[in-house]
Design a binder for this molecule. Structure first.
Ligand code: TXA
Ligand code: MG
Length: 324
């Protein structure tokens, strides 16, 4: 059992306990607006190793380094003008920039998996304060067992990793609900490495450029979390359903009623009014609830591929991918 501290009830204790655990080299769960993170001191190799071990994550998969603000990030990475404009427009927020790592910084190679680039973002709210108080960047992947559905509440973290970590800092449900959008500027071009909580259109508006998408899944070293079979619940997943088969769990979207829905093991609607931001915020929680119903298959209604729908559909395709 992890100690859970409600930051709304006692922020000072949360900051003190968080800093103390991080200084000891422990990995702890932190709230962010996207999903909960499993955080450790990005300059401490033993601490970073704890993240990989706790998640069962392959070590060739680099971690995002979380910073208090752009000024802190500039100590660790080289910003080109487009990346800087994006950071100024969207930080703190659900955007990760992959940037050239400055040489000789304190970020340990275990955090970047030895790459000469680093993924950086500045989270909104309490965790920004925690990083400022701690004074060093925090390496933090999503706080879930590798390959499983990400956590958007302290309860999700406790259920998955509670037996393995000492502390969960609880700020309630993550407002965005899907991980950050990851982009990289390369040879003057802007590439989308992972769709996420910041819609591609918003990024294109500020950058004044189209976001290039990979035709196939990004190469493992570019964005390993992008590979197939990720975000997998225990149940099988069926997408874009137009009718429900008996005994399936239904995760619907929008006001329409699906033929066969009356036979669902459980019905959850990501957003009855068809709002994609609401759907993203509910996505992982509803996947876990549908899984807990015991149904052998979770069926999803079609979700439009625009705005946050791009990130939602990306996660659903990975949840539905064949498992190893
Ligand atoms: O919203 C988020 O991004 C959450 C919260 C906790 O901040 N974090 C998160 O981390 O989703 P994780 O580890 O589950 O996903 C990080 C992704 C991985 O796919 C990884 O390969 C990619 O970021 N990444 C990290 N550093 C990279 C780099 N230098 N180059 C390319 N991809 C990188
Ligand atoms: Mg993850």
């Amino acid at each position: 059992m992890a100690r859970i501290i409600d930051i709304k009830a006692d922020k000072r204790t949360a900051l003190e306990a968080g800093c103390a655990a991080l200084a000891e080299g422990l990995a702890i769960a932190i709230p962010t607006e996207t999903v909960y993170g499993l955080a450790a001191d990005a300059t401490n190799p033993a601490a970073i190793t704890r993240i990989y071990e706790t998640k069962g994550r392959p070590r060739f998969n680099p971690l995002i380094c979380h910073m208090a603000d752009l000024a802190m990030a500039e100590n660790y990475a080289e910003f080109d003008p487009i990346s800087r404009a994006l950071a100024e427009a969207f930080w703190p927020g659900p955007l990760t920039l992959v940037l050239p790592l400055k040489s000789g910084t304190a970020i340990h190679a275990l955090a970047t998996a030895g790459l000469d680039s680093v993924g950086i973002r500045t989270p909104k709210g309490f965790t920004g304060e925690l990083i400022r108080a701690f004074g060093r960047p925090l390496a933090a992947p999503s706080a879930n067992t590798s390959g499983k559905v990400s956590a958007t509440s302290a309860d999700h973290v406790e259920a998955d990793l509670g037996g393995k970590i000492p502390l969960i800092l609880d700020a309630g449900a993550s407002a965005v609900g899907v991980e950050s959008t990851i982009v990289k500027v390369e040879n003057g071009e802007l590439r989308l490495l992972r769709p996420g909580g910041l819609p591609a259109k918003d990024i294109e508006r500020v950058a004044g450029k189209r976001l290039l998408r990979s035709k196939k899944a990004a190469a493992p070293i570019e964005a390993p979390g992008m590979l197939a079979s990720h975000y997998a619940p225990g149940a099988a997943v069926r997408l874009d359903v137009t009718d429900l088969r008996p005994g399936e769990a239904l995760i619907a979207f929008g006001p329409e009623k699906l033929p066969g829905a009356e036979h669902a093991a459980i019905t959850l609607n990501l957003s009855p009014r068809g709002d994609l931001a609401e759907a993203a915020a509910n996505l992982f929680d509803y996947m876990k609830k549908a899984d807990a119903s015991g149904a052998a298959t979770i069926a999803f209604s079609p979700i439009p591929d625009e705005g946050l729908g791009e990130a939602i559909n990306d996660r659903l395709r990975r949840a539905a991918a064949p498992r190893e």
